[in-house]
Design a protein around this ligand. Structure first.
Ligand code: SAJ
Length: 430
C-alpha cells in the first residue's frame, strides 16, 4: 500500500451535497475538529443545519450535528468557499432509459470550480458509473484552464482527484463511516495517497487503494451482488407461495448449511442504491449483464405480485362473505418506508403498493408508519395514517410491508382473526 503524503494538511474540508451521506460525513470531519463547510442547493437544508438541527432521520446524527455546529466546526452554505479538500456527495439517479444521470455531479463541479486552488483534493463519493471520476477531471479542467489536472498532467498536476464510494448502511451510518473499510481509487497514485490521508482523520477501517475505474465498479458490484441475492429470495418466496411452503422457515433451514446464506424476501427492493446502481452496470453493458437485469426485473415485479395476491384475497373474502361488498373491506398496510427503522421513502416498494391499493380499492385504506408524522402528498386524500392498535381493530386485511422494530412487538391476538399477508415474515398466527 502507498504511504500517505507527508506534507498534505486539510484544515478546511468542504462537503458538496448535505444529504444522507454528505451530512454525516461533514459531521464526522467536524467532530475531529476540522473546519467543515457544507454546501447544499436547498436553502431550507442550510437553515436547519445552521440551527444545529438535521433534516433526515439517522440515529445519533442530531447529537453530533448539534455539537459541531455549536462549537463552530460545521457551517452550511449555499455557495462553495475555498477549502483544501472537496467531497462530492450528490445524488446520481438514472434517466427514463436507465442511463445514469450525472447532472448533479456536473453542477457540483461547476459550483466548486471557481474556488479551486493549487494543491486541492477532490473526491467523488457519489455512486457513479465507470468513467465518472475521469469525467469530473475533464469538466473541472475545462472550467479552470489555469490549473493542471491529473488525467492529463499525472503526478505533477495542481489538483488531485479520486473516487471513494460511500458504503454505509442507512440506520447505521455513523458507526459504519468510522468502521467500514474504504476503497480509494485515485486518478494517479498520489491522488489516492492524498485521499487516504484525508479519510484517516476519522476512518478506522482499512483504506484499500486501486484506480478510479475499479473503485467505481467495486461499489456498483457490491450493490448488484446484494440485488441478485435478494432477487433469489424474492423468487423463492413466489415459488413457495404457489407450493404452500413457508418461505421463512425454508430459508432458516437452508441457511443451516455451512455454505448457504440466503437473504430475506420482501415486498420488493427499494432505496436509492440497490434498486438503482445495478443499472449503471447493465445499461452500458446490455449483452453481458443478463443475470443482473433479470434480478432487477424480479425485484421490480414483486410489488405487482403483492397486488395480484391481494386482489385474490379480496375476491375470495367476497365469495365467502356473500353479503359483503369491497367497500366493507378495510385494508391496513404496516410500513411505508423502503426498509425498517428509518424514515426514507425513496423508491419504497411499500409506498408503491399502498399507492396502487389506494387507486383500485373502494373501501378504506389505512397506513401505519411510526416514522412519519404525515403521509406523502400523493396519499393524503386517499389513505388514512393511524396508530397500530386503532388500525388493527379496524382491519379486514393486513399487509405487513416493513419490519419496523415497533411492529415486531405486536402480539398475535391483535391480528389472529384478520386476513394476514406478511411480506416480511415477522408475524405468525397462533
Ligand atoms: N432487502 C430485502 N431483503 C434483504 C435485504 C434487503 O428485501 O434481505 C431490501 C430492503 O428492504 C430495501 C432494499 O433491499 O428495500 C435495500 O436495503 P439494504 O439494506 O439492502 O440496502 P441499502 O439500500 O439501505 O444500502 C445499501 C448497502 N449496500 C450493501 O449492503 C451491499 C450499503 O452498504 C450501501 O452504502 C448503500 O446501499 C448505498 O448507499 O449504496
Amino acid at each position: 500500500m502507498l504511504e500517505p503524503l507527508k506534507n498534505q494538511t486539510f484544515q478546511r474540508v468542504s462537503i458538496i451535497g448535505l444529504g444522507y451521506i454528505g451530512l454525516p460525513t461533514a459531521a464526522m470531519f467536524a467532530s475531529r475538529k476540522v473546519t467543515v463547510i457544507g454546501v447544499d442547493i436547498n436553502p431550507e437544508t442550510i437553515d436547519i443545519i445552521n440551527r444545529g438541527e438535521i433534516h433526515i432521520v439517522e440515529p445519533e446524527l442530531d447529537i453530533v450535528v448539534r455539537a459541531v455546529v455549536t462549537e463552530g466546526y460545521l457551517k452550511a452554505t449555499l455557495k462553495p468557499e475555498p477549502a483544501d479538500a472537496f467531497l462530492i456527495t450528490v445524488p446520481t439517479p438514472f434517466k427514463e432509459d436507465h442511463q445514469p444521470d450525472l447532472g448533479y455531479i456536473q453542477s457540483a463541479c461547476k459550483a466548486i470550480a471557481p474556488v479551486l486552488k493549487k494543491g486541492d483534493l477532490i473526491i467523488l463519493e457519489s455512486t457513479s458509473p465507470v468513467g465518472a471520476t475521469e469525467q469530473v477531471d475533464s469538466w473541472l479542467a475545462k472550467a479552470r484552464p489555469d490549473l493542471t489536472f491529473p488525467q492529463v498532467h499525472g503526478e505533477t498536476s495542481d489538483i488531485r482527484i479520486a473516487h471513494c464510494p460511500e458504503r454505509v448502511l442507512p440506520g447505521h451510518v455513523l458507526r459504519e463511516l468510522v468502521q467500514n473499510d474504504r476503497v480509494i481509487g485515485g486518478i494517479t497514485p498520489k491522488c489516492s495517497a492524498a485521499a487516504v490521508q484525508l479519510y484517516k482523520m476519522f476512518v478506522e477501517g482499512e483504506c484499500f487503494i486501486t484506480n478510479a475505474r475499479t473503485a467505481e465498479m467495486c461499489k456498483l458490484t457490491e450493490n448488484s451482488f446484494r440485488d441478485v441475492n435478494i432477487a433469489f429470495a424474492n423468487e423463492l418466496s413466489m415459488i413457495c407461495d404457489k407450493l404452500d411452503i413457508n418461505v421463512w422457515e425454508l430459508i432458516r433451514l437452508a441457511n443451516r448449511h455451512p455454505r448457504v446464506n440466503i437473504l430475506q424476501p420482501g415486498p420488493g427492493v427499494g432505496g436509492h442504491c440497490i434498486a438503482v446502481d445495478p443499472w449503471f452496470i447493465i445499461s452500458p453493458n446490455p449483452a453481458e449483464s443478463n443475470l443482473m437485469r433479470t434480478a432487477r426485473e424480479v425485484n421490480d415485479y414483486k410489488p405487482l405480485w403483492v397486488i395480484t395476491k391481494l386482489k385474490k384475497e379480496i375476491a375470495s373474502y367476497l365469495t365467502d362473505m356473500s353479503q359483503k361488498k369491497a367497500e366493507d373491506i378495510t385494508i391496513v398496510c404496516f410500513g411505508l418506508t423502503f426498509k425498517p427503522n428509518i424514515d426514507d421513502l425513496r423508491e419504497s416498494p411499500a409506498l408503491e403498493i399502498v399507492e396502487k391499493i389506494a387507486k383500485f380499492h373502494t373501501g378504506p385504506v389505512i397506513a401505519v408508519e411510526p416514522h412519519l408524522h404525515q403521509l406523502p402528498t400523493n396519499l393524503r386524500n386517499l389513505v388514512q395514517l393511524r396508530d397500530a392498535d386503532e388500525a388493527l381493530s379496524e382491519a379486514t386485511i393486513i399487509l405487513m410491508l416493513v419490519d419496523h422494530q415497533q411492529f415486531k412487538l405486536v402480539t398475535a391476538e391483535k391480528y389472529d382473526t384478520k386476513i394476514l399477508m406478511d411480506l416480511r415474515g415477522i408475524w405468525q398466527k397462533e
